[in-house]
Design a protein around this ligand. Structure first.
Ligand SMILES: Cc1cc2nc3c(=O)[nH]c(=O)nc-3n(C[C@H](O)[C@H](O)[C@H](O)COP(=O)(O)OP(=O)(O)OC[C@H]3O[C@@H](n4cnc5c(N)ncnc54)[C@H](O)[C@@H]3O)c2cc1C
Length: 625
């Protein structure tokens, strides 16, 4: 086998991932670590300047409460989130983020992020909680602050984290490999903060062929947070709450600015407005169907009903929205012309700021938004606990807000000692988005340092045999390829191994067909879930034969291992919850109704890290103190 050097790194706090949550954790932890003589190290599989979901930039900050301005209260944000999630959210966690999120936004501005200002003063709001930004360089700015606080010497890029190292039930570090050099990494740490994002490509995407990597969620987040925390023995929550965004079709361009800023309508192909024509359907989902704003999954669902009845495609009426705004200037031709130009440039900039490919698709297909509507469609399912999904680790709330059942010592600590999480990695605290993930990272980073100071956990020692075993397991796909690739003339057809792309197709196909993907109209049932689990079991058996021709493919192999566990957590949780609570995200055909009497609760799960046996459990939804 190719020679791989073993690199060992020792630190006090290990930050996994360099996305929004980790950059928040880095800033806060660095400050408190310096005061206490502690070392903090951050590791990411990519380059933190452009890593994670904000890599391309964003055109809006989606969580700003406006406490100083007196615009809203923390309680109002908590109510909004809970309604949107059909009653299933942790009040204490949502409130904890909401009371700190404005601070993160003010930091972004201080660090140089241009936030739109209104002529009359204050920020320009896209909606009640959203601020418009010139966000092409959002991630670069946030990463620069993390680097300045932590010091570049404490940031290790292009290292893929495979899994946790545990000692006596406590987290003791992590292991992984460089995606650029033949190096295997062992990180020994007294506490670990995990924020490696959510997961995409678990389900078959709408995109095929050369467009395969084009998904709404960034293709490089592949379930590593779930795998890491699950394999550490941490309890998970809301693993059934996937997110299905309705976005501009094929390039997944954002719709927020169109709905909220330009006040555009979405209609079916015959001009019918499903949000109006299907209003009565909302009665079936009360009390949540009757609140404002209508939960995201129910809005999706009403559109899906039109599509299922053959009334698609669904269109965003861009031309109508822009003309309506410009018509306010119709008596002044010069002002009217200027307004049309301004709106046109805002429409394009909205995409160029965060989904460049949508602008390219529009240009390639001769779309002029001021003249012609564009198709929108429900995307395939994603796992993103920070947005409108809710899957992630079950973490402790803050002492002053959390009821005793939700508090075990340190904010954002998982049910495993010394393991902290934030952003997409934590569950039941949706709608934190980029700013809230950063704020949650700050909360968790500070708590992790407090844990180190108060508990003073011992420096972990890891024996050579353990290191060698982890190394062999990590690099097995390379070894398998080297051993067998000469057996056939075509490297991707070989009876001795399976290449990562083929494996991913198999996973996506079974999730699409049995777990309610696009191809099965987001519908599943007990028998479908059970059959899906059976097929997942066989896929897991075959994962032993994943093979990699190079380091890039080794990363692809491990991404697939991680996705497989995300898939299993999802199917098991959907199977356990015998109701339909989030139509528009998924539909249980055998339990087609909301059942508040039995299922207004969290569904949590754990997996025994050794035996890989799963336990499913219900947890009460409790108000904050
Ligand atoms: C398409 C899209 C549009 C969005 N639009 C908005 C918006 O308009 N406004 C807004 O406020 N929010 C928006 N969000 C939400 C926001 O991007 C997320 O809430 C936020 O990025 C979550 O932060 P995170 O740190 O949990 O994950 P990320 O920021 O995604 O960071 C995850 C990090 O983990 C790293 N990583 C992953 N796996 C590994 C591994 N195995 N080893 C090492 N490192 C790893 C990645 O490289 C990445 O750096 C959007 C999200 C998406 C996907």
């Amino acid at each position: 086998m190719a020679n791989f050097e073993t690199v060992q790194v020792e630190t006090d706090l290990l930050i996994l991932g360099g996305g929004m949550a980790s950059c928040g954790a880095a800033v806060e932890a660095a400050y408190w670590a310096k005061k206490n003589g502690l070392k903090v190290t951050l590791v990411d599989k990519a380059a933190v300047d452009r890593s994670g979901a904000v890599a391309m930039g964003l055109s809006a900050i989606n969580q700003y409460v406006g406490l100083k301005e007196g615009d809203n209260t923390v309680e109002e944000y908590v109510n909004y989130v809970k309604q949107d999630l059909m009653g299933v959210a942790r009040d204490d966690l949502v409130a904890s983020i909401a009371r700190h999120v404005d601070g993160s936004v003010h930091l972004f501005e201080k660090w140089g992020l241009p936030i739109w200002k209104a002529e009359e003063g204050g920020y320009v709001h896209e909606g009640r909680w959203q601020l418009m930004i010139n966000g092409e360089s959002y991630k670069v700015i946030v990463a620069e602050a993390a680097k300045n606080h932590l010091g570049v010497e404490n940031i290790i890029e292009r290292v893929f984290i495979v899994g946790p190292i545990m000692k006596d039930g406590q987290v003791a570090g992590a292991y992984g490999f460089s995606v650029r050099e033949n190096k295997f990494y062992i990180f020994k740490a007294r506490a670990v903060f995990c924020a490696m994002g959510g997961a995409v490509h678990v389900f078959k995407p709408r995109s095929t062929g050369e467009g395969l990597g084009r998904a709404w969620y960034p293709p490089w987040n592949s379930g590593s947070s779930l795998y890491f925390t699950l394999k550490a023995g941490a309890e998970q929550t809301c693993q059934e709450v996937r997110f299905i965004p309705v976005r501009f079709k094929d390039a997944y361009g954002p719709v927020g600015a169109w709905f909220l800023l330009f006040k555009s309508r979405a209609t079916n192909a015959f001009g019918g407005e499903y949000m109006v024509e299907r209003r009565d359907e909302l009665q079936n989902w009360k009390p949540y169907g009757l609140v404002k704003p209508i939960p995201a999954n129910l809005r999706n669902y009403l559109g899906m009903l039109d599509v299922m009845e053959g009334k698609g495609p669904i269109y965003m009426r861009t031309e109508e929205a822009l003309q309506k705004i410009a018509n306010e200037y119709k008596d002044d031709p010069k002002a009217h012309k200027a307004k049309v130009k301004e709106l046109e440039s805002e429409a394009w900039e909205d995409f160029l700021d965060m989904t460049i490919s949508q602008a390219i698709l529009w240009a390639a297909s001769n779309v002029e938004p001021e003249k012609r509507s564009s198709e929108i469609a429900a995307a395939e399912p994603y796992f993103i606990g920070s947005h409108s999904g809710a899957s992630g680790a079950w973490v402790s709330g803050p002492e002053d807000l959390a009821p005793p059942e939700y508090f075990w010592g340190y904010e954002n600590m998982c049910t495993v000692k010394g393991l902290f999480a934030a952003g997409d990695a934590t569950g039941a605290s949706s709608h934190k988005f980029s700013s809230g993930s950063h704020a949650e990272g700050r909360i968790a980073g500070k708590a992790a340092i407090r844990y180190l100071v108060n508990e003073n956990p011992p420096k972990p020692t890891i024996d050579d045999a353990t290191i060698e075993a982890l190394k062999a397991k990590t690099l097995k796909p390379i070894e398998l390829f080297e051993e067998h690739s000469g057996f056939t003339s075509q490297v991707d057809v070989n009876p001795n191994y399976i290449l990562p792309k083929m494996y991913m197709f198999r996973l996506q196909k079974l999730m699409d067909e049995y777990a309610g993907g696009v191809g099965s109209q987001f519908t599943t049932s007990k028998v479908l879930c059970e059959r899906g689990l059976e097929l997942l079991d066989m896929l897991k058996e075959d994962s032993d034969f994943l093979a990699a021709a190079d380091l890039h493919e080794l990363m692809r192999c491990w991404e697939n291992y991680h996705r497989t566990y995300q898939a299993e957590a999802h199917v098991r949780t959907m199977l356990f919850r015998e109701e339909t609570r989030w139509p528009g995200y998924y539909f249980r055909a055998d339990f087609p109704k909301l059942d508040n009497e039995n299922w207004l609760c969290f569904v949590n799960c754990t997996m025994d890290p050794e035996t890989e046996e799963w336990t499913m459990l219900k947890r009460d939804i409790l108000p904050m103190k």
